[in-house]
Design a binder for this molecule. Structure first.
Ligand code: MN
Length: 460
């Protein structure tokens, strides 16, 4: 089966140009001007932007958390992903206390099962650091789980600073690195105790108990540890200017520091927690939403190349699940649904509004995550030999985000009513048209991707 896409604007991380793109079965075979091959289908892409399939390096599907389980499992979550142009996601396999990494890995394969709608892989979250776990890092690398995750907060997940230091060294030895959730756990616990003592139990109390200073402190500490360990590291879901500055300062001192942020920190702000009728509960996540000034600092950092990737931290709960914390905001399961909207949001709020270029969007949504997560050049680029994962954006098409009709298994949207200037029109997953006229038309074609070692794009 040959499909010829004519006269689209082919976008990469460094340039855009009008060309034809020929797909044969699951692969791209030609990207050049005036392709004259016979094809089963010829589609005019004049005026459309063709991006490599987007890669979401931060999702939580079917995750048990806060006494419940996320509303999206792999089946619905991967369908929502591909509906929004994400052709590959990397979810966090999680080692719980008492488990080996092998057990955790098996649990995540079982959780993912069959019938997923985009390609997927797993990072491995390490919550206990022992000599046998250290040996198992090599097994994970061999199995294609080639990147890792650490937490500086959450009692069930966090490692101490010394353990983080040792993990970083081991991962560096095998050519890998970890993404790290940076928040100062003990101070946050104290602030939560103070909120409770003062009777501040609604969602509006949430951001004050997880301040930007305590995120920036943890980032700073992580940077110092990384420098001492002489190892690369990634800060995940960076939310604010102070934390960004810690990353930038550390880079000046030679630390190989990578930075991720998420659309919610670029588009939403902490005023949402003040919404009446408990509606602020929809926005509970950690770290929390920040200020409009922080949003602008993050956009500038994306533009300047200081942010390497934009992921979603998709961790979805229904309204009924949010009500678990009706009388105590700390019992609201935390995390935002977002996997379905990242590409449209970054196009509309970023490229269409002139904040970033299309090439920059390509870098943070596709090319950089493909390299850092060991998927490049199979994914992350429109070039001969690569998988035919293609996102077609129509810059003229307008759409309004609404919970009605979303694929995500949630009964609200944190972006309700937001108007998109330009949106995703078609999505191909390995040559298969899965989204047509912005609607999901094909499910179930996703495959597990055994990932290679990361390509360390900041290494000097
Ligand atoms: Mn997360």
């Amino acid at each position: 089966m040959k499909i010829l896409l004519k006269n689209g604007t082919i976008v990469s991380g460094s340039e855009s140009s009008v060309a034809d793109l020929l797909i044969e079965d699951e692969k791209i075979v030609k990207v050049q001007e005036n392709v004259t091959d016979e094809a089963d289908q010829v589609i005019d892409m004049t005026g459309k932007m063709l991006f490599p399939g987007f890669i979401d390096g931060h999702t939580h599907m079917g995750l048990h958390v806060a006494g419940t389980v996320t509303a999206d499992d792999f089946t619905t979550g991967t369908a929502a992903a591909v509906a929004g142009g994400t052709t590959t996601l990397v979810d966090f396999g999680t080692q719980y206390h008492g488990e080996s990494l092998k057990e955790a890995e098996k649990n995540w394969f079982d959780k993912a099962g069959d019938g997923n709608s985009c390609d997927y892989g797993f990072h491995m979250s390490i919550s206990e650091w022992t000599p046998s776990v250290k040996d198992e890092v090599d097994d994970m690398m061999a199995d294609g789980l080639t990147t890792f995750k650490l937490y500086m907060t959450y009692p069930d997940m966090m490692l101490n600073d010394g353990e983080i230091y040792e993990v970083m060294q081991k991962l560096n030895e095998v050519g890998s690195f970890a993404g790290v959730h940076c928040e100062n756990a003990p101070v946050i616990d104290a602030l939560i105790r103070a909120n409770k003592a003062a009777g501040n139990l609604g969602p509006a109390a949430h951001p004050a108990s997880r301040p930007d200073t305590m995120e920036a402190e943890a980032v700073h500490r992580l940077m110092v540890i990384a420098k001492e360990a002489k190892a690369p590291v990634m800060v995940v879901h960076t939310t604010n200017a102070k934390a960004l500055n810690e990353i930038k300062k550390a880079r000046e001192e030679g630390v190989e520091a990578y930075c991720e942020t998420c659309p919610q920190y670029l588009i939403l702000d902490k005023s949402s927690y003040e919404l009446p009728d408990f509606e602020g509960a929809k926005y509970i996540c950690a770290p929390p939403l920040r200020t409009k000034d922080d949003q602008e600092a993050l956009w500038a950092a994306i533009r300047d190349g200081d942010v390497d990737i934009i992921s979603t931290d998709h961790c979805s709960f229904t309204w009924e699940q949010r009500l678990m914390g009706k009388d105590d905001y700390t019992k609201i399961p935390g995390g935002l649904p977002g996997v379905e909207f990242r590409g449209n949001l970054i196009w509309s709020e970023g490229v269409a509004k002139g904040r970033i270029s299309a090439e920059c969007a390509c870098r943070v949504l596709a090319e950089n995550p493909a390299k850092l997560f060991g998927l490049y050049p199979k994914k992350g680029v429109l070039a001969p030999g690569s998988d035919a994962d293609i996102v077609v954006i129509d810059p003229q098409k307008e759409k309004t985000i609404t919970a009605e009709g979303q694929v995500t298994n949630v009964d609200y949207s944190v972006y309700e009513g937001l108007k998109l200037q330009g949106c995703i029109d078609q999505v191909y997953l390995r040559g298969n048209l899965c989204v047509e006229d912005s609607k999901l038309i094909k499910r179930g074609l996703g495959q597990f991707i055994k990932r290679d070692k990361p390509i360390m794009i900041r290494r000097k």
